[in-house]
Structures are given as C-alpha cells and as structure tokens.
Design a protein around this ligand. Structure first.
Ligand code: ADP
Ligand code: MG
Length: 613
C-alpha cells in the first residue's frame, strides 16, 4: 500500500512510466532505447536498452522500495536522472512488471516479475546485453486511477511528448517509439556537439526550426546556458514548444518560463510564444532536484542569477541576430506569386507555427487565399486612412533620425554599389504609399515603412527609458496600499530599483506601503493593482519586471501613434536612411506587434517563378 501511495505521485499516467523507464535506460549508459506501447500504454509498455544491465543478485533489489544504485553519500550531488529508488516498485504495485536483464560480464540473462506488488522468483532467461522492462495492464491494481485516463490517443501522444523531450537532451542515443497505437517515431543518434544537438532538435521539432533559430551560449557566475531560440517571426500559440533542461534533466520550471517570456516581451505579441530549447548547466549542489517525486521541478539556490542569465542571453542573441524574418514565410509568399499554382496553402498551420502571412491576415484582413494575384496590396487597419493625413508636428516629437531630408524620389538612377551590399540594400521605389522596394545584390526587399518606423521609434524610446531614470509624477496625496507584511517588506527592499522606474514608495507601518510617486508615462493608473502585481512578481521571481514590461508596453503604444503612417511619401534619402537605421537597430526585423517589418525575395526564387531556372 505504501508503494501504491508513492505510485500515486510518481506514476500519473502511461507517459510517466515511459519517462521513468527511459531515464533508467539512460542512467545505465544505453546508446539505444526502444520503446513499444499498445493501447495508449495501458495494455503494454516495453522499454529495451543496451545499457549496463542489472546483475542477477540485484534484480530483487531493483524492485525493492528505496533501493537505488545511483546515490553516493551526498544527496546534493545528483548526477543521474534517477535517485529515489521509487519508480520500479511503484510501477510494480499498480501493474504487471517484468524485468529481463543481462550485464556485460554475465553469461546469461535473468528475469524477475512483480504484479500488483506480488514478487515472483528470479529465473533464468535469454537476452542480449542490456535490460528489457515490460509493463502490462497499468493501473489494474488501482481501478480508480484507471478511470482518469484520457483515452488511447491522448495517452500515446503524451508518451511521444515525453520521449521527444528527453531525447533532445541525449542526442547521441538512438530512440525508437513504436506500437500498434501510434505511427513510429525514429530518432537516429547524432552526437553531443552543438551541431549534433541541433540536428536532434530538428528531428524532434521539424527541419524548419534550425533555419529560424538563433544560437544561445552564455556564462555567468558558473552557470552555463546553451541552446536555441526562435526568431521573433517564428512563433506558436502556446508554450508547449519550450524545452528546458537543467544538467540534462528535462524540467518544467516557472522561473525559466517566466524568464523566456520576459526576454521576448517586447518582440512578441502577448498571445504568441517563442520556440526554445535551453540547456542550463550548473554545479549540482546549487540546484535542488529533490522537490517532487516526478523530478520535473527544480529549485535554484540563486533564482535571480538564473533568470538574469536567461533574459540577458536571449535579448543579446536577438539583438545580435539583427533583422531576420522567418524563411518559411518567404517560401509561402513565393507560392502565392506563382501563376497558376495550386491554391495557396500556408505552411504554418500544417506544422503548427505561424509565420507572418498569418499574422498579416489576422491583423489586416489580408488573405492571400483570396487575393493571390495582388499580395502586395495590404493595408493596415489600425493605420487609419491612406490619404496623406500624416501630421508633421506630431511626428516631429518622435523623429529618430534623418527622415526629414528631402530630394528627388528614388527611381531610375543606378543604385550605389555600396548600398547593394547592405542587408536591406538600396531603396528603388515606394509603392502603394507604404512599401519601400529595395534591391540587394541577390534579392528584392520589400519594407513596410509604417511597421519599420514604429519599431525604430519604440527602440529609441525604450533606450531612453532604460538609460536614465524614468520621469515620475508626485501624487497629491500618497496612496496607502495594504498588503501582507512579507509583501510590504519585499517591496521596501526593492524600493531603490522601483524608484529608478519612477515608482516612489516606502514602508507605512506594518503591512502597508505608501506610494508617493508614479511613472508619468503611466498616466492615471491603478496604483493599488500595480503595487500588488509587483509584490507578487517579486515573491515569485525576485524581480520587478512587471513595471519594466508595463513601461515598455506604453513605449510601444506611443511609438505606434508616433510613427510614419502608411500613406506618407518618402524621398530616396529618407527611404535609404530608414533602411540603414533598421540594419543598425536590434529587433527591427519585427514591429512591436511581432509582425515582420520587411520580407526578402531571393533573385533566384524570382527567376524560378518566371521559369528562367
Ligand atoms: P532509481 O532510478 O531512482 O534508482 P528505479 O526504481 O527507477 O530507481 O530503479 C531502481 C534501480 O534499478 C536503479 O537504481 C538501477 O540500479 C536499476 N535499474 C533500473 N532500470 C535499469 C536499467 N534499464 N538498466 C540498468 N539498471 C537498471
Ligand atoms: Mg529510475
């Protein structure tokens, strides 16, 4: 019964059995792991590995509670995936389990069984080196749990997710997942280099991820962060494609998820999520994995350090990657151009990610399905009338550079050779009063001037925001916010940082703070709510990101209102100045709403369209 109680926590569903068995195979140093399931894993789960095997005299121990071969004397020094000695006895208490194993030195294999907690005698068996664990009739001994299963399809897909998640961390191991209840998943071994890891990620997530990903590699105070994140125009509707590993262990961690959200906050729309694969490596003594029996939760000794490292590294990588738009989107666009081509099919939904056409369609009503002939004629709903209703005065406040100069429009003159070598090339024309057509040596670039300028203004505002203290306004009367004492204390501890962001507050007796100043940018704001949100955030993450994010958001709104509207005619110099500024501004590949600011069509592709290749 004790084992069944433990099983309640460790073995939630078939996927948890698979997770535990695969972890055991990896701990045993396997280079091949074969998984077979039937009936969503409820009828059968079989995991075969070519690892070290279990010596015959230890078979009985393997299924005994709290027996593990993986712990040294130090619980703080955990280097294996398992360490609790709970999985096998838990599974054996709720299912029919058999283990057949042979070590490198053993001259034959041996087998032991356990059914609903009843152990059978060890007997000889025939097998190659390694271990096969077979689990039949999961939860037959605990019918109540059986009732909670979601059906074969859902359970087998949960199992696939578990295998994929763990496979990403072990690129040198070959995984196969097969059975009558699924289509076979095969992940051939790559290797443990950066390329090998990315190749494994591509096996799991699809070939287009590497094309749309930026490498991350950063180190701070002994904590190493490596992996890949998607560029801002390659996103998903949920955060399921965010994989995180701590010392090789797959984890689902609120702190890491929050850091990723924070890092992407100002390049992604609120409802979109980046695709990420991040590996954290740190001294095992500085991270506690013994938080929950399922071992997917961790606690960091220094959460601020880890969060700061992740946010900083991702932002830096995004900045360094400069302006890139999703390649998959350009391919879809090319398909739309192709005369007489099959009805436009967007590449996104099929593999689950949304590229920019979908974003355009959602935001502007432009649907390439219906207007494949005129894919450039897309207007912005929010940009107002297309007439030259551009207010110069309003604009002046937001000017980010030499947009004001005037000369002849771009046109027929040969572009300067140097400009052709730039990422966004030389501006040649402006069409539909919003699109700059530019030319590089080997491509045609189309820039959405409104989106691009909006981004530039936003970045400028944000820099100003972060460079110096944010202007604040005094409240006529200080506002008293009542809070739990711990929250008041936490806020007081961060009062200096908060002051930099224009929020002046101080302790006001036990269980309260007095707010004297608020950031002027926020205008009339719900001080009570702001302060409570901040207290929650500090309690969760030990940071004051909320306030930064709010200010960033306001900067974004201001930028949107202050930017060059579509409809404004630009001179050649203005267009080229805009392109050069985009090249120099990190993050300018997407506008504040996460839409791309430009697209690039390769000359080779255009030639193919015309049948010249
Ligand atoms: P833990 O993994 O926490 O040690 P388990 O109950 O999962 O606990 O496994 C108990 C023990 O059985 C392990 O410590 C290991 O010695 C042995 N074992 C289980 N699976 C395998 C395997 N596939 N290959 C070799 N040894 C195994
Ligand atoms: Mg284990």
């Amino acid at each position: 019964m004790i084992n069944q109680i433990a099983a309640g926590e460790v073995i939630e569903r078939p996927a948890s059995v698979v997770k535990e068995l695969v972890e055991n195979a990896l701990d045993a140093g396997a280079s091949r792991v074969e998984i077979v399931t039937a009936g969503g894993g409820l009828n059968l789960i079989r995991v075969t590995d070519d690892g070290s095997g279990i010596p015959e005299p230890e078979l009985a121990l393997a299924i005994a509670r709290h027996c593990t071969s993986k712990l040294s004397d130090d619980i703080l020094d955990i280097r294996s995936l398992g360490f609790r000695g709970e999985a096998l006895p838990s599974i054996g208490s709720v299912a029919r389990l058999s283990i057949r194993s042979r070590t490198a030195t053993g001259d034959s294999a041996a087998e032991i069984g356990i059914e609903g907690g009843r152990v059978s005698a060890v007997k000889p068996a025939a097998a190659n080196r390694g271990t096969t664990v077979e689990v039949r009739d999961l939860f037959f001994a605990t019918p109540a749990r059986l009732k909670f299963m979601k059906g074969e399809r859902a359970e087998s897909s949960a199992t696939s997710d578990v295998v994929k998640r763990i496979a990403i961390a072990f690129p040198a191991v070959r995984f196969t997942l097969a059975g009558p209840d699924r289509s076979t998943l095969e992940l051939p071994a790559t290797d443990d280099t950066a390329e090998g890891r990315l190749a494994r990620v591509a096996q799991v997530m699809g070939k287009d991820f590497p094309d749309n990903a930026i490498a991350i590699d950063a180190m701070r105070d002994g904590v190493h962060l490596a992996g890949h994140v998607s560029i801002p125009s390659y996103t998903r509707a949920n955060a399921l494609q965010q994989y995180a590993y701590v010392n090789g262990r797959p984890v689902r961690d609120k702190l890491i998820a929050g850091a990723i959200r924070g890092a992407f906050a100002d390049v992604l729309p609120r409802d979109r999520h980046a695709v990420t694969v991040l590996f954290l490596s740190l001294d095992p003594a500085t991270v506690d994995v013994n938080v929950h029996p399922a071992k997917a939760d961790v606690r960091f000794r220094d959460p601020g350090l880890v969060r700061g490292l992740i946010v900083g590294a991702i932002r830096e990588a995004l900045a360094g990657a400069g302006i890139r738009a999703a390649t998959t989107g350009a391919a879809g666009m090319m398909a739309a151009f192709r005369p007489g081509a099959a009805p436009y099919s967007h590449p996104g939904p099929a593999n689950g990610h949304r590229s920019y056409e979908a974003a355009y369609r959602a935001s502007s009503g432009f649907d390439p399905l219906r207007s494949a002939q005129r894919p450039l004629d897309m207007g912005y709903g929010e940009a107002g009338p297309r007439a030259n209703g551009f207010a110069e005065n309003e604009q002046a406040a937001f000017d980010t550079g030499p947009l004001a100069s005037a000369d002849a429009r771009a046109g027929t003159a040969e572009p300067a050779e140097a400009l052709l070598g730039m990422v966004l090339g030389a501006a040649r024309a402006q069409v539909h009063e919003n699109y700059i057509v530019a030319q590089t040596r080997d491509s045609l670039v189309i820039v959405d001037q409104h989106a691009a300028h909006e981004r530039l203004v936003y970045e400028a505002l944000k820099n100003a925001l972060h460079a110096r203290a944010v202007p604040s306004q005094m409240l006529l009367l200080p506002e008293i916010v009542d809070l739990p004492e711990e929250d008041a204390e936490r806020l007081a501890m961060h009062s200096q940082t908060l002051a930099q962001f224009g929020l002046g507050l101080e302790r006001f007796g036990p269980g309260a703070v007095a707010v004297r100043e608020t950031p002027s940018m926020l205008g009339e704001t719900d001080v009570q709510q702001l302060v409570r949100d901040l207290a929650d955030e500090i309690a969760d993450n030990d940071t004051v990101e909320t306030l930064k994010e709010r200010l960033d958001k306001i900067a974004a709104t201001m930028a949107c209102h202050g930017s060059v509207r579509s409809g404004r005619l630009l001179k050649a110099e203005e267009m080229n100045a805009l392109l050069r500024q985009m090249e120099a501004t990190p993050g300018s590949g997407t506008c504040n709403h996460g839409r791309p600011t430009y697209i690039e069509l390769k000359l080779a592709d255009i030639e193919r369209l015309f049948g010249r290749r």
